[in-house]
Design a protein around this ligand. Structure first.
Ligand SMILES: [Zn+2]
Length: 70
């Protein structure tokens, strides 16, 4: 039986990402927003309530959009 892979998790979710402000490791992102060839992770630090976003780029995804040059 084939399992469908959810687009929200193209790869493993990053964990223990250090807070951008105080350096406290954050177990998991608050929010994951998949995009085209990239995934945005919203992290909220529970130690200082700082919020920041980290974007993972997946360059192996073939983007077939033509260049914008007219
Ligand atoms: Zn923090």
């Amino acid at each position: 039986m084939t399992k469908a892979v959810l687009s929200e998790t193209p790869r493993e979710t990053p964990k223990q990402n250090p807070c951008a402000q105080c350096g406290m490791p954050i177990p998991r992102p608050d929010w994951i927003e998949p995009g085209e060839g990239r995934v945005s992770y919203l992290w909220t630090c529970h130690a200082c309530n700082y919020r920041f976003e980290a974007v993972a780029i997946f360059d192996e995804v073939a983007v077939e959009h033509p260049p914008l040059a007219a």
